[in-house]
Design a protein around this ligand. Structure first.
Ligand code: PLP
Length: 379
């Protein structure tokens, strides 16, 4: 029997230290490891770019949480994204990305990968037929986020896994917004999951990191080769901090989801709010798919302000508890204006977001305090 999710989060990859009995895996602050004779390593470690026991604990835990066989930790979500894309794509290849992809992913594809001869097509990934229609003979990757950032569009992951199977492409899912607690794409047929562990997995806005998880051994070997070759690895303290955050992921995601549901409901009723982007609402176009593939609807809510861009910007600077900042997924609530902040790099492109859009990452404060704060800022 496989342990439940919360049990895996606390125990997978995290065994009491053999030499001291320390219950918590130590921070192995070392760059290198002594050998008992040339080439005779004690525990399989020789140099910390290649492997470090604290990082191994994190990698095993993340693999277990996503129901994959291999986890590879990186120094950031973008380093993880870069490693998996460069291990799969070659010059002349093509990939499909969401038409509201995370801004940093769009920048990597549009400004870096195109320079290496890779082509891409942005599509509305909530429509599996549109994704299928965008596939060309040279397409190797369907890159998907669900829910998307910042518009919370939902992709039907099982349907896209079928498209990937039919077209011999790899379905890669950036699962940052949902976290493995809410959704496990590998179980729905995806080939690879990518995370910015900076967000919900770390959960405390105190460490930047990323991960690639898969059960495709050949693909994992390719990503591991790049991880070691290019060296964008997390240090042992970063790996430890992330692992510390992961232990409470299940409890946090329950409360993030409950608080966000209350916030979304209040925004829905508000006269200054024209649209609420939240997959938990029955009128969200992806609601049914989300209900089928997610445990709950997560902690992210976006909305448009009836009075336009300046009013949206003003709301972001008037809140007291919602801190004006980029990023998401921490215990503290954050608010931001995607058009001028996280998604500024999409201005003038197909992926441009509405200028009157506000995005909130609903934290774990008392939800009544959060409601009062946001409603006061909308006055
Ligand atoms: C933040 C984020 C990333 C990038 O991760 P970093 O850790 O900031 O490099 C990628 N995808 C999504 C959906 C994100 O929110």
């Amino acid at each position: 029997m496989t342990d439940g999710f919360a049990t895996r989060a606390i125990h997978a990859g995290q065994h009491p230290d053999e030499s001291t009995g320390s219950v918590i895996p130590p921070i192995h602050a070392t760059s290198t490891y002594t050998q008992d004779g040339v080439g005779n390593q004690r525990a399989g470690y020789e140099y910390s770019r290649t492997g470090n026991p604290t990082r191994t604990s994190l990698e095993e835990c993340l693999a277990a949480l996503e129901s994959g066989t291999r986890g590879l930790a990186f120094s950031s979500g973008m380093a993880a994204t870069d490693a998996v894309l460069r291990s799969v794509l070659r010059p002349g290849d093509h990939l499909v990305i969401p038409d509201d992809a995370y801004g940093g992913t769009f920048r990597l594809v549009d400004k870096v990968l195109t320079g290496w001869g890779v082509e891409y097509t942005p599509v509305r990934i909530s429509d599996p037929d549109a994704v299928r229609a965008a596939v060309r003979p040279n397409t190797k990757v369907l890159w998907v986020e669900s829910p998307t950032n910042p518009l919370l569009n939902i992709a039907d992951l099982a349907a896209l896994a079928e498209v990937a199977g039919e077209t011999s492409t790899k379905l890669i899912v950036d699962n940052t917004f949902a976290s493995p607690y809410l959704q496990q794409p590998l179980r729905l047929g995806a080939d690879v999951v990518v995370h910015s562990t900076t967000k919900y997995l770390g959960g405390h806005s105190d460490v930047v990191g990323g991960a690639v998880i898969t059960s495709d051994e050949e693909l994992a070997d390719g990503v591991a080769f790049l991880q070691n070759t290019t060296g964008a690895v997390p240090g042992p303290f970063d790996a430890w901090l992330t692992l510390r955050g992961v232990k409470t992921l299940a409890a946090r995601m329950e409360q993030h989801s409950a608080n966000a549901a209350r916030i979304a409901a209040a925004l829905h009723e508000h006269p200054k709010v024209t649209r609420v982007f939240y997959p938990g609402h029955a009128d969200h176009p992806g609601h049914e798919v989300a209900a089928g593939q997610m445990r709950r609807f997560g902690g992210m809510v976006s909305f448009t302000h009836a009075d336009g861009e300046q009013a949206a910007v003003d709301v972001c600077s008037r809140t007291r508890l919602f801190t004006l900042a980029e990023s998401l997924g921490g215990v503290e609530s954050l608010i931001e204006h995607p058009g001028r902040m996280t998604h500024a790099s999409t201005t003038g492109s197909l992926l441009q977001v509405p200028s009157e859009l506000v995005r909130v990452s609903v934290g774990l404060e008392d939800v009544d305090d959060l409601l009062e704060d946001l409603l006061a800022a909308l006055e």
